[in-house]
Design a protein around this ligand. Structure first.
Ligand code: FES
Ligand code: FE
Length: 331
């Protein structure tokens, strides 16, 4: 099964995918790409996010090039106006009293806001957006970062986010230099929030740039960690430091199409709230950049057939994710 078939699969269309930051929905409509299709997003007059194909039903103008008027989206070509739930409210060329054609309304898709992100689902949702308990825990604060475009197929990203054997190599410029490259036997288990993965411990380098994140001035820090997935493409990593500081990462990979993906992460921390958010996530951003550079070197799709790639014990979590993901997309 090729990645272009994967992104067209009914299995992926029946899940929520994060496509933008909530903060981006101000002023103008936002164009996004998901599973090979273009969508427009905007905040409607009732405050709810509207998501619809980015093509006007009249002459297929991209609606994302339009303008927002009191929560309604005005098409840039002939000015048709769309309101809550994509309902066409006005056709400027029509004489007074002439009703709007029934097919002028936009065929919206499901849209939701969670964790500071806009999630959309082009089909009937088969499962809710993954739960992260720390969102409702007042000891934790949430920090969002930008949504980036990576030139890499999303399955390669999930495979990477479940893998710790690359830390001493790819992440030698950030935290990976102190880690023993030998990976202890991976024992898969149910983790918090319905994520499935494994727990492990690492010794991480703690350079000056990492100290706002780790809260420690030691040259190396011990981290008790877990990494787990929820189908189709979400990974949660948890880091617990000896100090009691916990740092939770939701790693979000969204297939724009077969070759490109959105990447963003969301952090929750029970820290003392004194370090500015930007400083806290600068180190995570640098780590993500190391992954991006590595992954963009890998060509095209990731084979889902387990006989194609050679895997070892350290790959157990990603092999199990790939098996379940292949099942989901094959239907
Ligand atoms: Fe949108 Fe004509 S193409 S109003
Ligand atoms: Fe990595």
């Amino acid at each position: 099964m090729s990645t272009s078939e994967v992104v067209r699969s009914a299995g992926l269309r029946a899940h929520w995918h994060a496509v933008a930051n909530v903060d981006s929905l101000v002023g103008s409509p936002v164009g996004v790409r998901l599973l090979g299709d273009d969508y427009v997003l905007w905040r409607g007059p009732d405050g709810n996010v509207v998501a619809a194909p980015d093509s006007c039903p009249h002459r297929q103008s991209p609606l994302s090039a339009g303008t927002i008027e009191s929560g309604c989206l005005r098409c840039p070509y002939h000015g048709w106006l769309f309101g809550a739930e994509g309902v066409c409210q006005e056709v400027p060329s029509a004489a007074a009293g002439v009703p709007v054609p029934p097919r002028a309304h936009l065929e919206t898709v499901y849209a939701a806001e969670k964790y500071g992100l806009v999630w959309i689902c082009p089909g009937e949702p088969a499962a809710p957006i993954p739960e992260v308990g720390e969102e409702d825990d007042s000891d934790f604060r949430r920090i969002n970062t930008e949504v980036q475009v990576w030139k890499v197929a999303a399955p390669r990203m999930v495979d990477n986010f479940l893998d710790i054997a690359h830390f001493p190599f790819v992440h030698v410029g950030t935290f990976g230099g102190a880690q023993d490259p030998r990976v202890s036997p991976v024992e898969l288990e149910e983790l918090e929030g319905g994520f499935f993965g494994y727990r492990y411990e690492i010794v991480a380098e703690n350079p000056e740039e990492a100290r706002a994140t780790s809260g420690s001035r030691e040259p190396v820090v011990e981290r008790a960690m877990s990494s787990g997935f929820r189908l189709p493409l979400t990974v949660r990593s948890t880091i617990a430091y000896r100090s009691g500081l916990r740092h939770i990462l939701l790693l979000v990979s969204t297939p724009m199409d077969a070759e490109s993906s959105y990447f963003t992460f969301v952090v929750w921390r029970n820290d003392d709230f004194n370090v500015p958010a930007e400083e806290v996530i600068a180190f995570d951003r640098a780590i993500g950049e190391e992954d991006r550079v590595m992954l963009e070197r890998l060509d095209g799709e990731m084979p889902l057939d387990r006989t194609v790639l050679v895997s070892v014990q350290a790959d157990k979590a990603s092999v199990e994710w790939r098996r379940r993901f292949a099942e989901l997309v094959r239907g």
